[in-house]
Design a protein around this ligand. Structure first.
Ligand code: 6PG
Length: 479
């Protein structure tokens, strides 16, 4: 056997990851694809990679040194299960199967359990950075056993993106922890993209600036505290001119956003965990709304405000939008990390939040300058219960909140939809509020369903005899 690592599934992500692996000192990469023509095409296009071709799964197993390690890069869902079954039939105890797809973490937990019974290790590994990242350095989020990471870790460190001298990979936790964290990454990605889109939309409507002018604003923002990959590519997209019409490309792209489902998973999971990820949820829903042409056509006739936004000082307005974006972004990341904290508790994972922020500084889609601050916040306080309350972030809120409120209020008055800006602000104010009207909700629940309530001044559970003399009794907390 000559290869130390295999890639199974040679679509774009798989091919690029295989090429990345092959380009690193010490690796010999075996490659397998169900349709052999794809394998041949890859070998022909990249002779420099020195790939070892496997025409069958048995050949793949035979070409690998032990413990055998194979990274599976096929479609999430059934195709993944099929490939895992085949690999299990040719691998031996101690070997390692890595799923590098965007698998749902509960599938990963299930697969890990099943594969573990054969003595083979199963590692669900989140990979972020798209095609370019796979080729030149992604951010990697492996789960699975610590033992499997002893073999896998050095290989992954060799291909990961480097941020400030450190490879963007860490062992996230056991079984599905890696895919869980990747899912949250994608949830934050959805929120971040939606917030940036809202910022663009606000500036365009309220100042009348062109996409190219707004591109310059984003480029400028990217030189400051908002510096991030998504801001950078936003400028590029806004600057692009359509060859056919000569119009800005953004004006000829149909305004219906697609989604492969990972954002929705984040929200579904957060609902189960009881963690408010409202910014992420609004981002998912905003994509759904955009993709409902019939409803939008019907809605176009609905009454709106009579006066458009008349901005007196465009520069001051743009700065307000920047700060509103920054504050909302902090909330999105904060909610995402809060979901990681709760997920780790529920699934018994030891996740180092600071490490997660660290490996997101390079390679991944949400890479951003201020992730350093998240690492610092958790380094200072591992038990942080809400990321936004860390000193650095509460200072950001102090600086940004007036702008944020002006923007959300102005948008509401002039009828510009800013669901993610607005819900992030509502979350922030909810978090701050010394008293919430939840007391009234408890009263209502007790009224119609005898669901009981607790008091601020006494231990125990209580119920008011609403349909009797309305006196209060001590109650068993059975509801
Ligand atoms: C990444 C991305 C990637 C994701 C796509 C598509 O980290 O590289 O998150 O994994 O699948 O961006 O996502 P949607 O089609 O759901 O927008």
């Amino acid at each position: 056997p000559t290869a130390n690592i295999a890639v199974v599934g040679l679509a774009v992500m798989g091919s690029n990851l295989a090429r990345n692996l092959a380009s690193r000192e010490g690796n010999t990469v075996a490659v397998y694809n169900r349709t052999t023509a794809k394998t041949d095409a890859l070998l022909e296009a990249h002779p420099e990679a020195g790939f070892v071709k496997a025409a069958t799964m048995q050949e793949l197993a035979d070409s690998l040194q032990t413990p055998r390690t194979a990274i599976v890069m096929v479609k999430a869902g059934r195709p993944t299960d099929a490939v895992i079954d085949e690999l299990v039939s040719v691998f031996e105890p101690g070997d390692i199967i890595v799923d590098g797809g965007n698998a749902l973490f509960t599938d990963t937990i299930r697969r890990e359990q099943a594969v573990r019974e054969t003595g083979i290790h199963f590692v669900g590994c989140g990979i972020s950075g798209g095609e370019e990242g796979a080729l030149n350095g992604p951010s990697l989020m492996p789960g699975g056993t610590p033992e499997s990471y002893e073999t896998l870790g050095p290989i992954l460190r060799g291909i990961a993106a480097i941020a400030e001298g450190e490879p963007c990979v860490t062992h996230i936790g056991t079984d599905g922890a890696g895919h869980f964290v990747k899912m949250i990454h994608n949830g934050i990605e959805y929120a971040d993209m939606q917030l940036i889109a809202e910022a663009y939309d606000l500036i365009r409507h309220a100042t009348g600036k062109s996409p190219a002018e707004i591109a310059d604003i984003f480029t400028e923002w990217n030189a400051g505290e908002l510096e991030s990959y998504l801001i950078e590519i936003t400028a590029e997209v806004l600057r692009q001119v359509d060859a056919t019409t000569g119009e800005p490309l953004v004006d000829v792209i149909l305004d219906a956003a697609g989604a492969k489902g990972t954002g929705a998973w984040t929200v579904q999971t957060a609902l189960d965990l009881g963690v408010p990820v409202s910014g992420i949820a609004e981002a998912v829903f905003a994509r759904s709304l955009s993709s409902k042409p019939q409803q939008r056509a019907a809605g176009a006739a609905l009454p709106g405000p009579s006066t458009p936004w008349s901005v007196q000082d465009p520069d001051a307005f743009v700065e307000d939008v920047r700060l509103a974006l920054y504050a909302s972004k902090v909330i999105a990341y904060s909610q995402g990390f809060d979901a990681i904290v709760q997920g780790a508790i529920d699934h018994d994972w030891q996740i180092d939040k600071g490490e997660v922020a660290r490996i997101w500084r390079g390679g991944c889609i949400i890479r951003a300058r201020f992730l350093n601050r998240i690492t610092e916040a958790y380094a200072a306080d591992q038990g942080l219960v809400a990321l936004v309350t860390a000193p650095f972030f509460s200072d950001v809120m102090a600086t940004a909140q007036d702008s944020w409120r002006r923007i959300v209020a102005g948008a509401a008055q002039s009828g510009i939809p800013v669901p993610a800006f607005a819900s992030s602000l509502a979350y922030y104010d909810g978090l701050r509020a010394p008293r919430l009207p939840a007391s009234l909700i408890q009263g209502q629940r007790d009224f119609f369903g005898a669901h009981t309530y607790r008091r601020i001044d006494a231990e125990g559970t209580f119920h008011t005899l609403w349909s009797g003399d309305r006196s209060e009794i001590a109650a068993e907390d059975t509801h």
